[in-house]
Ligand binder design. Structure first.
Ligand SMILES: Nc1nc2c(ncn2[C@@H]2O[C@H](COP(=O)(O)OP(=O)(O)OP(=O)(O)O)[C@@H](O)[C@H]2O)c(=O)[nH]1
Ligand SMILES: [Mg+2]
Length: 317
């Protein structure tokens, strides 16, 4: 008996926690930016266009006594395409797998029907603690922020649950980001580390490269076009016959759009836009992989891919 007591005391001193927290919220709420800020590195692409994230991205925060695995999810929205439905399914499937759910609401936008809808669904998940995160606090004054915090508190009460925490953060302004991690970690179960030390994500390199190209392609396009863009890396190979001290990685990627009429917009006058996308993303890819890159980009039409199950499968959804 006494031996058992002793060992439990010992383990209480050196308890290590590891587990999963997901961020949910409507598109553009700042989930991916917050994930990156917590991890300290870009693991998920971001943009000012809604519905940027299209798959769950895991980012890993390492502490001496804990590992916090963040699961960034696509923004939950009213689906208008098969892709939209698939994305929403991915989000809901994630809720069942995590130890805490972080509901993200931007400080600079009124709590609306989209947020209510999500929070109502969360209310149905009884056993998982829910943390409310007010994002983008750098965009509002303290009065507006206080109102948002109160609105969230009331929303929880209306829906019959209590937020475990309500935390205001600014990922861009680096306000309270560390505090959020401090609050989430004690909610993780006791567990040894789940990922190797130093791993910041489990995203395959090929996927990250495709995402960086898509991020660059999203820059400056409007209306429906952002949703129409998909990127697939077809090949990544070190160039042969290169001296060891001057390696070059050849990357061949296709940018898919949905209609022939969109091709001109992506490519731009005299190919200028596509060239800029190449320059922009190549810089990011080189920083990510730590090697010089030759990037070969092609624009292709995958007709109405967001609505076509076969095309979706080909594009990895
Ligand atoms: N000023 C400010 N802008 C932010 C902050 N966090 C995110 N943003 C901006 O908000 C926009 C959306 O950010 P994302 O992180 O891509 O949003 P998301 O919730 O992941 O969006 P989806 O993937 O579409 O669901 C981007 O333009 C970000 O730069 C913040 O703390 N402050
Ligand atoms: Mg995102």
């Amino acid at each position: 008996m006494s031996v058992r007591n002793q060992s439990s005391e010992q383990s209480a001193e050196s308890v290590h926690r590891a587990g999963f927290a997901c961020f949910v919220g409507r598109p553009n709420a700042g989930k991916s930016t917050l994930t990156n800020a917590l991890v300290g590195k870009k693991v998920a692409i971001t943009s000012n266009r809604p519905q940027t994230t299209r798959h769950t991205v895991r980012g890993i925060v390492h502490r001496p006594d804990a590992q916090l695995i963040l699961v960034d999810t696509p923004g939950l929205h009213k689906p208008r395409t098969l892709l939209g439905e698939r994305l929403n399914d991915v989000v809901r499937a994630t809720w069942a797998e995590v130890d805490v759910i972080g509901f993200c609401l931007p400080a600079n936008e009124k709590l609306g029907p989209g947020d209510r809808f999500i929070a109502k669904e969360l209310a149905g998940i009884k056993r998982t603690p829910k943390v409310a995160v007010v994002t983008k606090t750098d965009l509002v004054d303290s009065k507006t922020l206080a109102e948002q915090l109160i609105a969230l508190d009331q929303l929880g009460k209306e829906l019959g649950f209590e937020w475990a925490e309500i935390v205001p953060v600014s990922a861009v302004g680096d306000q309270q980001v560390g505090l959020l991690a401090d609050l989430l970690i004690p909610m993780m179960p006791k567990s040894p580390p789940l990922y190797p030390e130093g791993d910041l994500t489990d995203e395959p390199e090929q996927v990250m490269v495709a995402e960086l190209i898509r991020e660059a392609a999203l820059e400056g396009v409007r209306d429906e076009l952002p949703h129409s863009i998909a990127v697939v890396v077809e090949e990544m190979l070190p160039r042969e016959d290169r001296p060891a001290d001057r390696p070059l990685l050849d990357i061949h990627a296709n940018i898919y759009i949905e209609r022939p009429s969109q091709k001109g917009i992506i490519i731009g006058p005299k190919g200028k836009r596509l060239k800029d996308v190449g320059i922009q993303s190549r810089k990011q890819i080189e920083a990510l992989l730590g090697t010089p890159v030759f990037l070969d980009l092609h624009v292709k039409v995958a007709k109405d891919w967001q609505r076509d199950p076969k095309q979706l499968r080909k594009l990895g959804f």
